[in-house]
Design a protein around this ligand. Structure first.
Ligand code: G3P
Ligand code: MG
Length: 250
């Protein structure tokens, strides 16, 4: 149900580096991580960029939005200063840069498709196609442990990803797990349910596992909580505290 790593660095390197940057990936590697979650959104010209917020103002200074800015301009923006002066000019990465880094360092990827409003299907299809093209060898190899996992809160984005590259595994992201979630997960051909650890209960975890899905949680920063949800049958989780919860955490 979950051939993937159990402990995954959230948004690159969690809180040890600016989120969704190559510096974050480096921090993850420095802490022994070989598994990462990050967010991908399309630029104005339809290129996948690694960034969380649709609007500027938090990790990218100023006004404007990802969906209204070309990729080359996003890549020239400073996504590091907000976190610390030593990260000044850390760029907004292209998704393909993250792929290259992860392949070179043998890092497993959970790619969260994070569409700007109105771009759900376009983003899902784009991410799936680029991922499939870059992982053709792994997909042909037939070992699911080596496949990147696509996830999204957007049903439409995941449906488009399914149609564009059905061979890539998909995780359906839900803040709270609603009663009808398994109907939608089945329509999406999802292999896993990804959910907010805050709202998970032992009964819900048992229900998801009994239905045959992998169960992944975000975002666990307290080791005691991590141990608790793992005891409920949760298969894995992502963490911001890569310094407190290491890749071999049990
Ligand atoms: O993919 C899990 C988690 O990253 C979802 O929330 O807002 O951190 O992207 P967010
Ligand atoms: Mg995310």
């Amino acid at each position: 149900m979950w051939p993937y790593p159990k402990i995954v660095a959230h948004r690159g390197g969690g809180t040890l580096a600016p989120e969704n940057t190559v510096a974050g990936l480096r921090a993850g590697v420095a802490y022994g991580f070989r598994a990462v979650e990050f967010d991908v959104m399309l630029s104005r010209d339809g290129i996948g960029m690694v960034v969380h917020d649709p609007a500027f103002g938090r990790t990218i200074a100023g006004q404007g939005s990802v969906a209204h800015t070309d990729a080359v301009d996003l890549a020239a923006m400073d996504a590091g200063s907000w976190f610390g002066a030593e990260f000044r000019d850390e760029p907004v990465p292209f998704f393909t840069q993250f792929i290259d880094y992860c392949k070179a360092q043998r890092i497993w990827m959970n790619v969260e498709i994070k569409p700007a409003d109105g771009f759900e299907a376009e983003t899902g299809a784009w991410v799936a196609k680029i991922t499939r093209d870059n992982y053709a060898g792994e997909l042909a190899g037939g070992d699911p442990a080596g496949y990147p996992l696509l996830s999204s809160f957007s049903f439409d984005a995941l449906a488009a990803a399914r149609d564009a590259a059905p061979e890539l595994p998909r995780g359906y992201l839900l803040d709270k797990i609603p009663a009808e979630c398994q109907v939608q997960a089945k329509q999406l051909g999802a292999v896993a349910i990804h959910t907010n650890q805050k709202h998970l209960t032992p009964a819900l975890a048992a229900q998801i596992k009994a239905a045959g899905y992998g169960l992944f949680c975000y975002t666990v920063n307290d080791p005691a909580r991590g141990r608790e949800i793992l005891s409920w049958g949760v298969d894995g989780f992502c963490t911001d505290r890569i310094d407190l919860i290491g890749p071999a955490f049990t």
